[in-house]
Design a protein around this ligand. Structure first.
Ligand SMILES: [Zn+2]
Length: 550
């Protein structure tokens, strides 16, 4: 199912037209510089970092009709209407099976039938559900024109200064307000991507794999081997809804800094394992905009993994198995694999503070019953049960301590079994819980970094792993706040004394998104350095081989 709360039949694309302001409606006070549409849209890639300070909002043609399967002109790559395609050749369910993006929003297929999530409580810093800022075309227009880091985005995906197949044959999908999805979009240049985004103002952009050929031409290939995915960043998706059985502070779409710690500990465990166990270096963690995080492992060797190897990698991290009603969800062999020993070392402190103290998961009797089921020795379980029934409301920290103290008085308890059971419990409550299809399948779309979450208005910014404890998802810039910052900042429009015009900088530099884009730039530069080195070594080797052949 598409990420919408209505059925495809109910979705009417023209609704979008109503949401799109007319030229007269557009009243953003941006001090427009009178640039033409052409100036804005045809800017050279090199100009992207310093876009026109202000684009005339009305210069961007608002989509006035539903997307169509037929290009308006032969030269134009018209977006595809997923509904039309579905009617003609693919069942909607088939199309989205395993291709859904993260479940981190109310439009996810995973939560499609969950009314609570759809109308979920939106945290205080967000706009009201009636008019989510993340879907507001006025705000999106300014955001994409002035705040989205296009140049670094292109470099990140292209791995080279000039457009390569890594960019040209990459699938993008654009999600429009009103439930229309444009799948299998691709762009020969960054300019063409920007042009399409400015035209349609998607509330969400997703990134798919790099294919063997242009995704727009996919129907011209008769067999699946000619058109197939060949590369994709290795991705991980962690979502707080998968922790609903262990978090007590919030549930479903709501989050707070207390339960965010589950994401923090998951990032710590995965990040170190990806680096030390697999040797990856270029790992970017991105906030998903509401209640989760994504990892993008961008090393060349990770991008080139086939699905089989991705599945093996996913298995490596599948420690907590089954669902909430599965019973014991961690059953690992001894001696502990070094990865699990290291993970336990990282997690045990979080378990005491962020789980036992902050979440107090076993205070209630029925929840404490679950803890008992995870312990060995029937006599131990019985003695603990009696003790806790005599002390209603005993804290989880106290109950955890009781396990060892009560066990000492019961001769039948096997110390090794008890220690292992306790290790399993720590892992069950803290080890990363992954949406594994995101990791295993290259064709699985994942929400792009730096888009705005339509429900919360928050930007999907990178997370600094050097200051994980300092990251608060509720402090992340929102589209409304950022546009206000630009709107109220007149200093950028006036050349300061002694300041070179060229050094005035991009608009985002004067907003609170700056540290996140700076971080992204640093990440991309590191990746490009390695790509250049790879090309240099490859060329030298080819030259060397050429000499030998000669
Ligand atoms: Zn919470």
């Amino acid at each position: 199912m598409p990420h919408s709360e209505s059925t495809p039949e109910q979705q009417e694309a023209p609704a979008r037209t109503q949401l799109t302001p007319t030229m007269e409606d557009t009243t953003l006070n941006l001090g427009n510089g009178g640039l033409t549409d052409e100036d804005l849209l045809m800017a050279d890639v090199e100009d992207v970092e310093s876009p026109p300070v202000v684009a005339p909002a009305a210069a961007i043609e608002p989509p006035s009709s539903a997307p169509t399967t037929k290009p308006a002109s032969p030269e134009e790559d018209a977006p595809v209407d997923i509904k039309q395609e579905t009617k003609s050749e693919v069942k909607l369910e088939d199309l989205f099976e395993g291709m859904d993006s993260d479940s981190d929003d109310e439009f996810s297929s995973k939560n499609n039938n969950n009314k609570d999530v759809i109308t979920g409580q939106i945290p205080p810093s967000s706009p009201g559900p009636a008019a989510p800022a993340g879907s507001n075309p006025d705000l999106l227009r300014v955001f994409y024109q002035l705040l989205f880091p296009w140049r670094y985005y292109f470099q990140w995906l292209n791995h080279s200064p000039q457009p390569t197949p890594d960019f040209k044959f990459r699938e993008f999908s654009l999600w429009l307000t009103g439930g229309v999805v444009f799948r299998f979009q691709s762009y020969a240049t960054l300019d063409l991507l920007r042009k399409d985004v400015f035209k349609h103002l998607p509330e969400r952009i997703e990134i798919g794999p790099i294919y063997t050929a242009n995704p727009r031409d996919r129907k011209t290939f008769r067999n699946s081997s000619a058109f197939r995915p060949i590369a994709k960043e290795l991705c991980f998706d962690i979502d707080l809804t998968d922790y609903d059985d262990v978090r007590t502070c919030c549930d479903k779409a709501t989050i707070c800094i207390k339960c965010w710690q589950f994401i923090t500990m998951a990032i710590k465990v995965l990040d170190v394992a990806l680096r030390e166990d697999f040797g990856y270096e270029h790992i970017m963690w991105v906030y998903s905009g509401r209640r989760g995080a994504h990892a993008w492992v961008c090393d060349r060797k990770a991008r080139n993994l086939d699905d089989h190897k991705r599945k093996a990698l996913g298995n490596y991290f599948s420690v907590v198995k089954g669902g909430e009603k599965t019973g014991k969800r961690v059953n690992i062999r001894r001696p502990l694999h070094p990865h699990l020993a290291r993970s336990l070392d990282i997690l045990k402190e979080h378990f005491l503070t962020d789980v036992l103290e902050a979440q107090d998961p076993w205070r209630e009797e029925d929840r404490a019953e679950k803890l008992l089921q995870l312990l060995p020795d029937i006599k131990l379980r019985q003695a603990l049960k009696e003790k806790w029934e005599a002390n209603p409301g005993r804290s989880s920290t106290a109950k955890w301590g009781d396990i060892d103290s009560v066990a000492k008085s019961i001769p039948s308890v096997n110390a090794k079994d008890l220690l292992e059971a306790k290790q399993d419990i720590v892992l069950e409550y803290t080890y990363p819980r992954l949406d594994i299809l995101v990791t295993e399948q290259r064709t699985h779309l994942l929400k792009s970094p730096f888009v705005v979450h339509p429900g919360t208005g928050r930007v999907c910014v990178p997370i600094d792993t050097n200051d994980l404890e300092g990251f608060d998802p509720l402090d992340v810039p929102t589209i409304g706040g950022l546009v206000n910052e630009i709107d109220s900042d007149s200093s950028g429009m006036v050349k300061k004394e002694g300041e070179d015009e060229d050094k005035k900088g991009a608009d985002w530099e004067r907003t609170s998104i700056k540290p996140y884009i700076d971080q992204f730039r640093g990440f991309v530069h590191g990746l490009l350095r390695e790509e250049r080195e790879f090309v240099r070594v490859k060329r030298e080797r080819e030259e060397e081989e050429g000499k030998l052949d000669f």
